[in-house]
Ligand binder design. Structure first.
Ligand SMILES: *Cc1c(COP(=O)(O)O)cnc(C)c1O
Length: 266
């Protein structure tokens, strides 16, 4: 199974990396663990000054190297980071992906156009209820998409109530083991990420820890669906068949109608 990860935002890349590390730790403990073999392909870019985004790219490359050293883990878990993500590379990646992870903090850093490109190529969206994911969900129905996590009004509610990432860290053993490993493992190179998630300023500003469990469950649900060949391909076809609404023609006709106030000549 191939997953391509939209990595242009913090929440998506952090949740992804945390879950991959948790799988890595589980497989390290028990190499015979019955998990579905999975390759995670990252295509990503970070703005030159975006420090935390660069840290996560470093982390993903580190995980990939660590897996290389463990042939038994590599049979079930693979991480590939493709350099120089660009349109040409995306043209090969998008048709190959089976899951399109489109994760953002609802209301804050909405996923945009990549999800549409995957959809038309049969990739099934696993993402938060945000941005164009909402339109995809409306087009295909909830049974043909994997939506998880806090919705924008819940995000607001959590901020108002006072968000405390440690609450989730303490209560979820899988998450705690993963973050603890990040503090000491990988040659101690990623303590800064731990601080970012638990301590520094407003800790975990993208609410990654709050959504970790829900994300984990959605991934398992997707994996189970994938095991059913007919079910999966039906879902995929329904996505392709409904992708037409994102055509440029529709977009231009809506601009003409609602914004430019233009009428067609014919
Ligand atoms: C589509 C595309 C993007 C934008 O992706 P989003 O998922 O909308 O953030 C960025 N880079 C490349 C190369 C693309 O093809």
């Amino acid at each position: 199974m191939f997953t391509r990860n939209a990595c242009t935002n913090i929440k998506g890349s952090y949740l992804n990396a945390l879950r991959i590390i948790s799988l890595f730790l589980e497989l390290k403990e028990n190499p015979g663990l019955d998990i579905f073999p999975h390759t995670y392909i990252f295509g990503a870019k970070a703005a030159p000054g975006y420090h935390m985004a660069k840290e996560i790219i470093k982390l993903i490359c580190h995980i990939s190297k660590e897996i290389e050293k463990n042939p038994r883990i590599k049979e079930k878990l693979n991480v590939v980071f493709l350099e120089d993500y660009c349109v040409t590379l995306a043209e090969s990646l998008m048709p190959a992906a089976e899951i399109s992870q489109q994760i953002s903090l609802a209301g804050k850093e909405a996923s945009g156009t990549g999800n549409m490109k995957f959809m038309i190529n049969g990739g099934i969206t696993l993402g938060t209820y945000d941005g164009a994911n909402i339109e995809i969900a409306e087009a295909v129905g909830n049974e043909n998409i994997f939506i998880f996590g806090l919705k924008s009004e819940e995000v607001e509610g959590l901020w108002k109530a006072g968000y405390n990432s440690s609450y989730y860290y303490i209560r979820n053993e899988k998450l705690k083991n993963t973050i603890d490993f990040l503090n000491t493992g990988f040659d101690g190179n990623f303590k800064e990420i731990v601080k970012y998630l638990l301590v520094q300023g407003v800790a975990d500003p993208y609410l990654c820890l709050a959504d970790f469990n829900s994300y984990d469950e959605a991934c398992l649900k997707a994996e189970n669906a994938y095991k059913d060949f007919y079910k999966w391909n039906k879902m995929s076809l329904i996505n392709i068949a409904n992708a037409g609404r994102f055509a440029a023609d529709r977009s231009i006709s809506e601009y003409a109608k609602y914004i430019w106030d233009l009428k067609p000549l014919n």
